[in-house]
Design a protein around this ligand. Structure first.
Ligand code: NAP
Length: 267
């Protein structure tokens, strides 16, 4: 689907990847329903994008706490007034807490699993009847390399991203006889606020490359426009994702050697 044919629901629109993604989608002609939790930042982004796009393109933005079902329902109902049928959903909002597992609270576990896995599933289900009415539609879930490689300090984040990746694969197969193409993209570490200074420092020490959000957003735009099922970003992460599915012990041994450094930064 070409971007100018898209009416996209994008969550996490004011985040590091989300705001660049919103700018790139708007610049390529897509109509946008944006959400985040920061009302002021969203209003600023909406104003900026509206000033750049043509008169026939629309940019709507709404502050929504995606963990609040009623807020989400009110937001989705507001789409009816705009009379622009949604044909693309990009589940981008997410949270991550880098910490050894035993130091996470029950609340941390619930929040990560909810926002990263349950919320995108609920949003997809709510939009599905409308998406089915479109000749072509696309659902893209933003997972992570850690949705294919379990990594110390990210046990729950990895679990949440494995969940959304498994969901994406099953739903892609379930909807393969419809016009909806479900995809899951796995960015590697990216320079955004989701990564604390500790994480950035650890990545430097472990020689883990971090992509600029512009590069990741551009890959997401191409992925959304395609009908691909899954894509891991970055080298050697692309290879490691494959290797981990075939020879997990090999990848596990290599990661275990990094454990003392990981523990040092998680402490
Ligand atoms: N950065 C990385 O290293 C990396 C790597 C792989 C995958 N990813 C994934 O990429 C996606 C975007 O991450 P990012 O790096 O751009 O992180 P980010 O800068 O922290 O942005 C996260 C976004 O999620 C939104 N959000 C958080 N809680 C929310 C809630 N309860 N309701 C609605 N929105 C909520 C935030 O909205 P507000 O700011 O308005 O609160 C923010 O826009 C995430 O799914 C992340 O897991 C990131």
């Amino acid at each position: 689907m070409r971007p100018e044919q898209m009416t996209v629901v994008l969550t996490g629109a004011c985040g590091g990847i989300g705001q660049v993604l919103a700018r790139q989608l708007a610049a390529s002609g897509a109509n946008l329903y944006l959400c985040g939790t920061n009302a002021a930042a969203l209003a600023g982004l909406q104003q900026e994008l509206r000033a750049q796009v043509g008169a026939d393109q629309f940019i709507e933005a709404q502050a929504v706490d995606l963990t609040d079902d009623q807020e989400v329902d009110r937001w989705l109902q507001s789409f009816d007034q705009a009379r622009r049928p949604v044909n693309v959903l990009v589940n981008n909002a997410g949270i991550c807490k880098f910490e050894m597992f035993e130091n996470l609270s029950d609340r941390d576990i619930e929040l990560m699993m909810n926002l990263n896995s349950v919320v995108p599933m609920k949003l997809t289900r709510k939009l599905l009847p409308g998406l089915k009415q479109q000749p072509e539609a696309r659902v893209v879930n933003i997972a992570s390399t850690f949705g294919a490689i379990g990594f110390p300090g990210y046990a729950v984040y990895s679990a949440s991203k494995y969940a959304i990746r498994g969901f994406s694969q099953a739903l892609r197969r379930e909807l393969s006889d419809t016009g909806i193409r479900v995809g899951c993209i796995l960015p590697r570490a990216t320079r955004t606020a989701i990564n604390t200074d500790r994480v950035v420092e650890m990545n430097r020490k472990l020689k883990v490359a971090m992509d600029p959000p512009e590069k990741v957003a551009a890959a997401v735009v191409r992925f959304v426009a395609s009908s691909r099922g899954e894509l891991a970003l970055g080298w050697p992460e692309k290879l490691l994702v494959r290797l981990n599915s075939v020879f997990p012990a090999l990848v596990g041994n290599a990661i275990s050697k990094k454990l003392p450094v990981i523990k040092q930064y998680a402490a």
